[in-house]
Ligand binder design. Structure first.
Ligand SMILES: C[S@@+](CC[C@H](N)C(=O)[O-])C[C@H]1O[C@@H](n2cnc3c(N)ncnc32)[C@H](O)[C@@H]1O
Length: 199
């Protein structure tokens, strides 16, 4: 099963998970604490899914583009019928445009993106000068966060590795902070980080 099918299959019930809703809410809270979102901004959410993060970020900005490789997830985001949210069914690394954005947000998606150099190169290209990154995902873990690791290319990300990667791709003001923990039954808590940076 590829990752597209996997998320297409979960799309219908995605928003019924309390853990996912809680995760997205905490990530949203951390983003608005760390980034000054403005009403004239055009922002991308990559791996937007059903829009658990996008729908809240869109309240603060002019427009939000939800990019995702799952048409099933994007159909749920489109169902919200929000005027300033549009969607694009493409791999973020393959998004070709001359347009530049004010910011890129993302929640729990980067561990599904295989080639991180391609991702950071693309994000740098997509941003205006001074544009921001605000990416939340799992801190380094032992591979037990997901019940099924199909389509999981990274078992979380360590601080040093990610900071060096962002700097290597030309980002400045790079900050990695633990924003909260997710507890799963019979497992040690999983840390969630927020990476913020400027072009
Ligand atoms: C774990 S879900 C997170 C969804 C949403 N951000 C949330 O917090 O509920 C990861 C999403 O990333 C999408 N995805 C995975 N790899 C991608 C890529 N290379 N480009 C765009 N979207 C991708 C999947 O289809 C899925 O919808």
């Amino acid at each position: 099963m590829n990752k597209e099918n996997r998320f297409d299959k979960s799309a219908e019930t995605w928003d019924t998970s309390d853990t996912r809703v809680m995760l997205a809410q905490n990530i949203y809270d951390a983003i608005v604490k760390n980034i000054e979102l403005q009403e004239d901004m055009e922002v991308i959410d990559f791996g937007a899914g059903t829009g658990l993060l996008s729908r809240n970020i869109a309240l603060h900005v002019k427009s939000l583009l939800g990019i995702d490789t799952s048409s099933g997830m994007l159909a749920k985001l489109n169902d919200l019928g929000r005027d300033n949210i549009s969607t694009l069914h493409v791999d973020i690394c393959a998004y070709e445009t001359g347009k530049k954005y004010d910011g890129i947000v993302s929640s729990m998606t980067m561990h599904h993106v295989e080639h991180l150099d391609a991702l950071f190169t693309k994000m740098h290209t997509l941003l205006k000068e001074d544009g921001f990154l605000a990416i939340a995902d799992l801190m380094g873990e032992d591979g037990t966060f997901h019940n099924d690791n199909d389509g999981v290319h990274h078992f979380g990300f360590d601080e040093e590795h990610l900071i060096l990667l962002a700097q290597k791709h030309g980002f400045t003001d790079v900050k990695y902070q633990r924003i909260f923990d997710v507890t799963k039954e019979r497992k040690e808590p999983f840390g969630i980080f927020l990476l913020t940076a400027k072009k």
